[in-house]
Design a protein around this ligand. Structure first.
Ligand code: 5GP
Length: 116
């Protein structure tokens, strides 16, 4: 795969607190958590830089990314109180790592989001 910071985490070249892994998806704790629980879910096999770069061929992978996050949240007892998933796309959303990823935020009531 082409290299990104997250590619290096996938290859275990830099450490991360990995909480979930299957054939196609890796989940690990964000290094700068914005909530008591803040986990990133990323595709392992192919780098899609942003959601805007995804195509119909990625539909199953994107669905599985969401379902992996939901299943993990359920497994951690986070689903009943609830959680938020966020995907930042490019500059106005503040995307900093150009390897598509889903943020899962949980563990406390979250503030409202997204106003400039
Ligand atoms: P973005 O801003 O692109 O939506 O999200 C990138 C996320 O990656 C940020 O929340 C940032 O804290 C996290 N991050 C950046 N570098 C590292 C790292 O080396 N390890 C981990 N675990 N997370 C990182």
């Amino acid at each position: 795969m082409s290299d990104t910071l997250f590619g290096r985490i996938i290859r275990r070249e830099i450490p991360a607190a990995i909480v979930y892994e299957d054939e196609d998806i890796l989940g690990f704790r964000d290094i700068a958590p914005q909530a008591p629980v803040h986990v990133l879910f990323i595709p392992k096999q192919r780098v899609i830089p942003t959601l805007d770069d995804a195509t119909a061929a990625d539909a199953e992978l994107l669905g599985r990314l969401l379902l992996a996050a939901a299943a993990w949240a359920r497994s951690q007892g986070l689903a009943q109180d609830g959680y938020r998933v966020v995907m930042n796309c490019r500059e106005h959303a503040g995307q900093t790592v150009f390897h598509l990823h889903l943020h899962l935020l949980a563990g406390a009531p979250l503030g409202r989001f997204g106003t400039p």
